[in-house]
Design a protein around this ligand. Structure first.
Ligand SMILES: *[C@@H]1O[C@H](CO)[C@@H](O)[C@H](O)[C@H]1NC(C)=O
Ligand SMILES: *[C@@H]1O[C@H](CO)[C@@H](O)[C@H](O)[C@H]1NC(C)=O
Ligand SMILES: [Cu+2]
Length: 248
């Protein structure tokens, strides 16, 4: 376990990542804490630690809205398919629970919205790959407040890098992927420019709820270069920011 080479490699990688962007490093639901997929140390362990988060290549963004990489964060050109299932999931998450997503320190410059979707797995989530099917519905969103505060970085930093959303209280039970993202807009005055930092978290929702949405979007597909909020000049535009994607 205490292989010095592994530790040194992980340490160097974590130092290097300070200058980068970020990812969800921990998930807290009720009293349960789950370590996120840690791209700078998990791959160096054999066997790799089991996570509830689908694999990501690093702390960098996806910028091409047409790629499958936009779904769960991947680098398909380099063989890292972020949508590949994770081996485990958070069990017994009652509908109505708060989910706390602990981000690595987010750069002040990378302002933008934080958006959360869910998708119901038709069968075993540890085998399910949504592909380009329209299965996603939005459960939470936060953009720019009327006094100019961005969800990331202003509000996220003020909350100790913890983003919180609530699983809809009446949502029907089942295995769901949570697709959560920050969209960084610091170079989004043209397309491509906006940077997408999605991650996919596997959970089992419990309860006796019966509610389920009737309209869904796909990833890729939900966002195009002309979707409001994909191109936006954060330095000059003082108008309200239109959060991309469907209504919650
Ligand atoms: C976020 O997770 C990191 C890594 O597990 C931990 O050190 C830190 O205390 C967590 N932040 C909060 C506010 O709990
Ligand atoms: C500011 O952003 C809004 C919403 O995206 C857009 O409609 C508007 O054209 C932008 N204003 C300028 C001056 O670019
Ligand atoms: Cu960056």
């Amino acid at each position: 376990m205490c292989n010095p080479l592994v530790l040194v490699t992980a340490l160097l990688a974590s130092l290097a990542s300070v200058r980068g962007h970020g990812y969800v490093q921990e998930i807290n639901i009720g009293s349960a804490a789950y370590t996120g997929y840690l791209p700078y140390s998990d791959p160096y362990y054999n066997p790799p630690p089991q996570r509830i988060v689908r694999k990501i290549p690093g702390n960098g963004p996806v910028t091409d809205l047409t790629l499958i990489d936009l779904q769960c964060n991947g680098d398909s050109a380099d063989g890292v398919v972020g949508s590949a299932p994770a081996p485990i999931y958070a069990t017994s998450v009652p509908a109505g629970s708060q989910v706390h997503l602990n981000w690595t320190t987010w750069p002040d410059t990378h302002v933008g919205p934080m958006i959360t979707y869910m998708a119901l797995a038709p069968s075993d989530i540890t085998q399910w790959v949504p592909g380009t099917s329209a299965v996603w519905f939005k459960v939470a969103e936060a953009g720019k407040t009327s006094d100019g505060k961005w969800a990331s970085t202003d509000i996220l930093s003020a909350d100790d890098s913890i983003y919180t959303f609530t699983i809809p209280a009446s949502l029907k039970a089942g295995q769901y992927i949570i697709r959560h993202e920050i969209i960084a807009l610091h170079v989004a005055s043209v397309y491509p420019g906006a940077q997408f930092y999605p991650s996919c978290i596997q959970i089992q929702v419990t309860g006796s709820g019966t509610a389920f949405p009737t309209s869904f979007v796909s990833f890729p597909g939900a966002y195009t270069p002309t979707t409001p909020g994909i191109v936006y000049d954060v330095y000059t535009n003082t108008s309200a920011y239109p959060i991309p994607g469907p209504a919650v």
